[in-house]
Write a protein that binds this ligand. Structure first.
Ligand SMILES: Cc1cc2nc3c(=O)[nH]c(=O)nc-3n(C[C@H](O)[C@H](O)[C@H](O)COP(=O)(O)OP(=O)(O)OC[C@H]3O[C@@H](n4cnc5c(N)ncnc54)[C@H](O)[C@@H]3O)c2cc1C
Length: 424
């Protein structure tokens, strides 16, 4: 019988385990991880640099199906607490000009090793290649009808006997069966993974009565309607990007636009993807390739260029202003007659989008376990005592810049601390 069993050895699960052991150094804590290696996704974050937090992780930045939940949870564990937590693991952080925080080494492996080493040093059992497929409450009959066991999602009672909480039993796909007093679900989301692998931890949460909000991809590429976009594959440019859906402006982001064989990518596009509601129609990205210039100033400049070299083609003029591949493409596809046509195009290049790339291509999952059924301070289920839910599997997601890992540390830490607390 473990005191605390954690399903999922990623960012939130490892943090929960470390916090639980720190709270109760005597507790028997184990993590079940389906991969041969723990924290595999964490090792790939931030292009291998692990953007683990941000100077601004305010609750208003996050999507959550319960605003009070996210506000309260992030009050209890904020970005300063993250710094303190990593200092405790011997990991120093550095911040870039935009406020994104990384390990000073700029290597995600530093973070992975720091968490796993601390888990090992403190005696946490790390069980790899163990996929939890079912979890049930074990109820013990303590009065009247003698003593016995029955399994089920909740506690029940029958005539002449009383059922009390006896912990949980967790079964794995590999044929193991483990018991624990407290159970933490830290299985992560469905983003960035082949969908064929399946996500049994959502089903486990649902088995305890939890509502699972529809899963959707966020922080992901947008798919262009025009297949000719593939000719621009590899083009990168700084731009201001405005998202319109169903005729109204939804969001604006500045940053690097990356063109791929299927559409638009880059951090600014990822952030815009969070503003696309399911079922939205007529999605359009308006690209301002000259955000620092007014349209009038740009028109005047083009006019002067044309006046100085009247024989120069539009393509040749564009080559001095944007990526060469893009210059040829724009000149070929858009009828340009006068300077104002070109400045309008450069300030308002419109691209129709059919939607977001799938969950397997996304960085983060929107949807998952409803936060309305979870306590924001302890992350304990309001439906099943001594069951905790953390990380991306909850219906919380933040913008890029370290906010999603901040949520993993915050929720993992709060749940671990609560699960490790000994009863008086
Ligand atoms: C390519 C990429 C880059 C990213 N970069 C950043 C970044 O720089 N900054 C940032 O803030 N966020 C980033 N994210 C998002 C971030 O990685 C996640 O939000 C975060 O890892 C969520 O933590 P988690 O512990 O909830 O889930 P995970 O880290 O996914 O961990 C869940 C773990 O549970 C295991 N598991 C699942 N089901 C079972 C089961 N049934 N039994 C046993 N084990 C199970 C999984 O194998 C996994 O190891 C990135 C995501 C991707 C895909």
């Amino acid at each position: 019988m473990h005191d605390i069993l954690i399903i999922g050895g990623g960012a939130a699960g490892l943090t929960a385990a470390i916090a639980a052991r720190a709270e109760d150094p005597e507790a028997r804590v184990a993590i079940l991880e389906r991969n041969p290696r723990l924290a595999r996704k964490l090792a790939a974050t931030g292009n291998g640099r692990c953007n683990l937090s941000h100077r601004d992780c305010g609750a208003a930045l996050y999507h959550c199906d319960d605003r009070n939940f996210i506000r309260r949870a992030l009050e209890c564990f904020d970005e300063v607490a993250t710094e303190v937590f990593f200092a405790g693991l011997g990991i120093t952080l550095r911040e870039d000009e935009q406020g994104r925080r990384y390990p000073h080494s700029e290597q995600a492996e530093t973070v992975v090793a720091g968490l796993i080493n601390r888990a090992r040093e403190t005696g946490i059992e790390l069980v790899a290649e163990a996929t939890a497929i079912a979890a049930e409450r074990i109820s013990e009959t303590v009065a009247g009808g003698g003593s016995g066991e029955s399994a089920g999602g909740g506690l029940s009672s029958s005539a002449g006997s009383q059922m009390v909480g006896g912990g949980f039993r967790v079964d794995t796909a590999e044929g193991r069966s483990l018991r624990c007093r407290r159970l933490v679900l830290a299985g992560g989301g469905a983003a960035g993974l082949p969908q064929a692998i399946g996500f049994p931890v959502y089903a486990i949460a649902a088995g305890f009565g939890h509502r699972i909000n529809k899963l959707q991809p966020v922080l992901t590429q947008l798919l262009a309607v025009d297949p000719a976009i593939q000719q621009l594959r590899g083009v990168r440019c700084k731009a201001q990007l405005s998202l319109f859906a169903d005729g109204s402006l939804k969001a604006v982001e500045d940053g690097e636009l990356q063109l791929t064989d299927r559409g638009l990518s880059g951090i600014a596009i990822f952030d815009l993807s969070r503003s696309i509601k399911p079922g939205a129609k007529q999605i359009e990205i308006v690209i301002d390739l000259y955000p620092e210039w007014s349209e009038t100033a740009l028109t005047e400049w083009i006019y002067e260029q044309r006046a100085a070299s009247p024989e120069r083609s539009w393509e040749s003029l564009l080559e001095g202003m944007v990526h060469k591949k893009l210059a040829a493409w724009l000149a070929r596809r858009y009828p340009l007659r006068e300077p104002a046509d070109l400045s309008r195009l450069l300030k308002g290049w419109r691209m129709s989008v059919s939607g977001c790339a799938g969950l397997d291509r996304a960085q983060v999952t929107r949807g998952g376990v409803s936060c309305r059924e979870v306590d924001p301070v302890s992350l304990e289920s309001r439906l099943a005592a001594e069951l905790y839910l953390v990380g991306e599997m909850l219906d919380v997601d933040g913008p890029s810049g370290g906010r999603n890992l901040q949520w993993a540390w915050a929720s993992g830490y709060l749940a671990g601390k609560a699960a490790g607390r000994r009863e008086e």
